[in-house]
Design a protein around this ligand. Structure first.
Ligand code: MF3
Ligand code: CO
Ligand code: CO
Length: 263
């Protein structure tokens, strides 16, 4: 497998792409509350990406995807399509997935969970899923294998009684939205797919964690992936750069506590 190593110039362009994706999430956060539709959330993000950032929302028209962002509520695992008729209500949990393509042609990809009102089960699932992301980020450094990171995720999810989605994965990222390698979030690597990390690689970690079974199905719209058993699902995503000493979180948000990264 041929995993691209970014040049220093490309790394700077990836830093900018990552900052932009993070800024979209920061912009939209105060708007996400009960009563807003996912269609309106998408319009606000789309306008900000184009008008304020001078960039492009990468999902729009990607293999025919119809919107600028993905909004995945409750049992929707990923790739939910924003819709003016879908209004957030108290007790919902929603993943918002933003991918920006800068004018220079580089991608930043990040997603976060929003808890609308109160839901004990939803908050616990979201917290454990973010811990899966953080624990795997913490393990990144040159010489570590993808399966090492996947095991960290799978062990934490399953220790909490949850399951790890297998049908969707993380990915290399750069001038391409989805580059090599594929990053499976569970321990299912063929030997040749189990890449050893090296400085200059960029990829996403984006675990999708379910309360029930890991099985998913795609609805008739061709995009919306849901849990087969309709159980709750959560996802958090960052775009990452492997550095000589460890990792840089390219899509870190200003309010995000990444102090666990001491390297
Ligand atoms: N942002 C998603 C990811 O993390 C991909 C969305 S593709 C789309 O890889 F077409 F559904 F938008
Ligand atoms: Co991604
Ligand atoms: Co994404």
């Amino acid at each position: 497998m041929n995993v691209p190593i970014k040049t220093p110039a490309e790394i700077d362009l990836m830093r900018e792409a990552g900052r932009q994706a993070a800024s979209v999430i920061e912009m939209i956060t105060p708007h996400v509350k009960a009563g807003i539709s996912t269609g309106e959330i998408d319009r606000l993000c789309h306008a900000y990406i184009v008008d304020e950032l001078g960039s492009t929302p990468a999902p729009l028209n990607y293999h025919g995807f119809p919107k600028a962002s993905c909004t995945s509520i409750n049992h929707v695992v990923c790739h939910g399509i924003p819709d003016d008729a879908k209004t957030l209500k108290k007790g919902d949990i929603m993943n918002l997935d933003i991918t920006v393509k800068t004018a220079d042609g580089y991608h930043g990809d990040s997603s976060v969970m929003f808890i609308v009102g109160e839901t004990i089960q939803g908050e616990r699932l979201s917290r454990v899923t973010q811990e899966c992301l953080y624990k795997s980020i913490e393990a990144i450094k040159p010489g570590v294998r993808l399966s090492d990171l996947a095991r960290v995720i799978q062990q934490h999810a399953e220790a909490n009684g949850y399951s790890v989605v297998r049908d969707f994965c993380g990915h290399g990222i750069g001038a391409g939205f989805h580059e090599e390698p594929q990053f499976l979030h569970y321990d299912g690597y063929a030997p040749e797919a189990d890449i050893t990390l090296a400085a200059g690689m960029c990829f996403t970690i984006e675990p999708m964690i379910n309360v029930g079974s890991y099985k998913t199905k795609v609805l008739r719209d061709g995009w919306t992936a849901v849990t087969k058993d309709r159980s709750l699902s959560a996802q958090w995503e960052h775009t990452l750069l492997v550095t000589d000493s460890g990792v840089e979180v390219l899509t870190a948000r200003g309010d995000e506590d990444l102090s666990f990264l001491t390297r």
